[in-house]
Design a protein around this ligand. Sequence first.
Ligand code: GLN
Length: 292
Amino acid sequence: MSTTEAWTHRRLLEWTTGFLEQHGSESPRLEAELLLAEAVGCQRIELYTSFESVPADGKRDLFRELVRQRAAGTPVAYLLGRREFYSLEFHVTRDVLVPRPETEFLVVRALDLLKSHCGDRSPQVADIGTGSGNIAVSIAKHAPRAQVVAVDISSVALAVAADNVRRHKLEEQIQLIESELFDAVEQTAQFDLIVSNPPYITTAELAELPPEVADHEPRLALDGGPQGVSVIEQLIPQAAERLVVGGHLLLEVSPTTVERVAALIEADGRFERLPTVQDLSGLPRVVGARRC
Ligand code: GLN
């Protein structure tokens, strides 16, 4: 980045877009804008009215460092320390999975089911493997009567979730528990809805993941064992125990494991399957079941 021509926002964006593209970024322009806005301390949209501005040296150095880390594979969400999910902003660190747009389908389905929940009691929801708390927070925010128990086996992930619960002022609605699945959840607690985006990547797929995911995101949040269902096969019977009759289970799945997950639910014998929700690419994404 050195010629005599001034490094305006416009030039920085153009150069960086090409650079990130060469390094395999799928949205190089967007990422360049997000990183530049972060470095100069403005909103992304404001860059459009300041194309000819020249950032001060310190800001340009910061931008250069962010671009270097991005090109080396660090996800943008970790560089910014935040990610939007379901139109809400979440604090994220390397201790949690970066929330994905696919997971919004699970939230949509969960909110649909909660809408039809009747009775005077507030609906009881459990989110297993909450990570950043994105699912629990999005549900609680849009279903203000719901009470959510959000668990994770990772204490460092729970610290991030706690921060997000505070940011969205949902302390009254969300209880965070450090627990392996339901182990540490009060024995007598029963739920109307159990949701989870569990680790579901198979051992073979883990070896093939792009370095951006494999080298930066927590393995604990991804690794589903040899068949991708090691956690899910423990979760299904526990969910059957913890759901009220008529309660629902929603699991995010990978298109490669959906059949296995469906078979595990059938084999349990205590559920009736709901239609699988597809994502925008038409891929199966959310398996649902009703406790009979
Ligand atoms: N619930 C979080 C998410 O959906 C974390 C999931 C996980 O760590 N497997 O992004």
